[in-house]
Design a binder for this molecule. Structure first.
Ligand SMILES: Nc1ncnc2c1ncn2[C@@H]1O[C@H](COP(=O)(O)OP(=O)(O)O)[C@@H](O)[C@H]1O
Ligand SMILES: [Mg+2]
Length: 246
């Protein structure tokens, strides 16, 4: 399988006053196309810094990062922004949708930066992405008219719409109740089964059981990196959970 992400000895220091915080102390791993990886670790272990690095939102102090074969370090700011827009779909804990804006409009947003798409094509792609996450009947709903789970589905559709090389999720179920979390996990497992590459950052070790590989961070180091040979089925667990309105 193709290498989508290759990190080689990534370090990230932050200066805070006259102290240096070593958020990442030499992280190396390779992620191949089609993997569903959870990155775990307690608060402060470096998860968000790592995800920001993978998402080209933050620049490492040293080390090499190759995204889909391209060295990110050597790129200029504009090239990096384009790479980010085309290659990466982000899903955040807080959804980050535009308020008072419809699902379709939110999902169309990443396509606005691509001059190859007409307005009609943008809409078509947004509608298809929303259908793929189970929101075909909520296309014109505004963000403030939706539940947390629905908003997160819109965010996932927005992450998918550019057909990215990798989907990066930071605590994507962190604001959701148990049942809704499992509904979102079912969706991530479906996307994985369809061949998507997913990196899911979480402080919740339970989530790791549903992904195919588990990386653990501690104090900016990778302390374990394991293939999960017994991937649990989120749909099975969901079927046994009580309904929210029971
Ligand atoms: N912008 C920043 N400035 C200073 N320190 C930071 C910054 N971002 C993160 N850190 C520090 O780096 C370490 C790792 O943080 P973070 O990546 O947010 O961990 P996690 O997401 O696992 O909770 C922490 O000690 C945090 O305080
Ligand atoms: Mg974090």
């Amino acid at each position: 399988m193709k290498e989508i992400i290759k990190l080689d000895n990534i370090k990230r220091d932050f200066r805070v006053g006259d102290e240096t915080v070593h958020a990442l102390r030499g992280v190396s791993f390779t992620i191949h196309e089609g993997e569903f990886v959870t990155i775990m670790g307690t608060s402060g272990s470096g998860k968000s810094t790592l995800l920001n690095t993978l998402g080209c939102l933050d620049t490492p102090t040293s080390g090499e990062y190759y995204l889909d074969g391209v060295s990110v370090r050597t790129m200029g700011k504009n090239a990096r922004a384009t790479l980010r827009n085309r290659k990466i779909g982000f899903v955040f804990q807080s959804y980050n949708l535009l308020p008072k804006t419809t699902a379709v409009e939110n999902v169309e947003l990443p396509l606005m930066y691509n001059p190859n798409y007409s307005a009609a094509k943008r809409k078509e792609k947004a509608v298809n992405a929303l259908i793929a996450v189970g929101l075909g009947d909520r296309l014109e709903h505004k963000s403030n008219q939706m539940s947390g789970g629905q908003m997160q589905r819109v965010a996932i559709a927005r992450a998918l719409v550019n057909d990215p090389a990798v989907i990066l999720a930071d605590e994507a179920t962190g604001n959701l109740d148990t049942r809704t979390s499992f509904e979102i996990l079912v969706l991530f497992q479906k996307l994985h089964a369809e061949g998507r590459t997913i990196i899911f950052v979480t402080h919740n070790p339970e989530i790791s059981g549903y992904s195919s590989r588990n990386i653990t961070l501690r104090d900016g180091h990778v302390t374990s990196d394991m293939v999960n040979t017994n991937v649990l089925d989120a749909a099975e667990v969901l079927a046994r959970l009580p309904k929210n309105d029971d």
